[in-house]
Ligand binder design. Structure first.
Ligand SMILES: C[S@@+](CC[C@H](N)C(=O)[O-])C[C@H]1O[C@@H](n2cnc3c(N)ncnc32)[C@H](O)[C@@H]1O
Length: 266
């Protein structure tokens, strides 16, 4: 099994546990590090790896510090009111469908508010998203676009069951590509080329290092200048940090309950 095809849970790479501290384990650790270090992905950043970046624990504070917001910026109180209504609506949706994916695969509460606020404030024309699952993140993006009065969401997944939370209302501004089993990179490249330039990209698909890096590089090529790359589960691999460092970008992070969400302007 290659690292790119690495074991995944909800699109998340499962970091290995560190066990055994004896001599043999130390040697095994070093050998493993040399082999896996080549491929990265097997190492996950620790909290201190984020210390050189701005890490927020409030979604609204992070949303307020976004550059490129259309003037006048939408008041936070309006965003919060709209979001509360949508959150209640989504809860009812969950009860009315049989979700194909566990609810903890979805972006978390603070992240949902951040994504909604960012789309409302930046008013993008085209948003690209990889990793749909039940459609939690897609729901907030699509409803923010609807309230903006313009914009479309282009989503990608590998499973045709993706998006069951979305009603015809949201699907009006939605295009979904299901990637084939083989030739996934080529299919994604073609899709992204066809929709360019995107204003915003949200990664929440396969969180192995190499796949993430492939998506970030692809997005960077096809985003408009000053566009945004966002990622859920930023703590699962070094890809987002390495990508930001490679291009001397200044990422910001939201510390949500279980996961870190990263945002960077390219
Ligand atoms: C963590 S879930 C996405 C959650 C979603 N963003 C939400 O907020 O509900 C990961 C999704 O990525 C999909 N996936 C896994 N590998 C993928 C790939 N290489 N390209 C696109 N989607 C992928 C899975 O089928 C799954 O639906």
């Amino acid at each position: 099994m290659t690292v790119e095809e690495g074991e995944t849970r909800g699109g998340s790479s499962i970091p290995p546990t560190r066990k055994g501290m004896g001599f043999e384990a130390t040697i095994r650790g070093w050998v493993g590090r040399i082999i896996y270090g080549t491929f990265k992905g097997i190492n996950s950043p620790r909290p201190e790896d984020f210390s050189e970046f701005r890490v927020f624990d409030s979604a609204l504070e992070l949303a307020e510090s976004f550059p490129g917001v259309r003037e006048p910026p939408m008041p936070v109180s309006q965003i919060v009111d709209e979001f509360s209504g949508l959150r209640s609506e989504l809860r009812l949706r969950y009860q009315s469908i049989r979700p194909a994916y566990p609810s903890n695969w979805a972006i978390e509460e603070g992240t949902s508010l951040l994504v909604y606020a960012v789309v409302r404030r930046l008013k993008p024309e085209k948003v690209l998203e990889t990793g749909v699952a039940n459609g939690h993140s897609s729901f907030f993006i699509l409803r923010a676009l609807e309230s903006n009065g313009r914009g479309r969401l282009f989503s990608v997944d590998i499973d045709s069951a993706a998006g069951s939370l979305l009603s015809p209302r949201e699907r009006a501004n939605w295009r979904l590509l299901i990637l084939p089993k083989s030739g996934r990179k080529a299919a994604l490249r073609e899709f992204v080329q066809g929709m360019r330039p995107a204003d915003m990209f949200l990664h929440d698909s396969n969180h192995t290092y190499h796949w993430q890096m492939f998506e970030f590089e692809l997005a960077r090529q096809h985003l408009r200048s000053g566009g945004y790359i966002m990622t859920d589960d930023a703590e699962l691999s070094f890809a987002f940090i390495d990508f930001a460092k490679k291009y001397r970008l200044s990422p910001m992070f939201l510390e949500d309950r279980r996961k870190k969400f990263g945002v960077v302007q390219v």
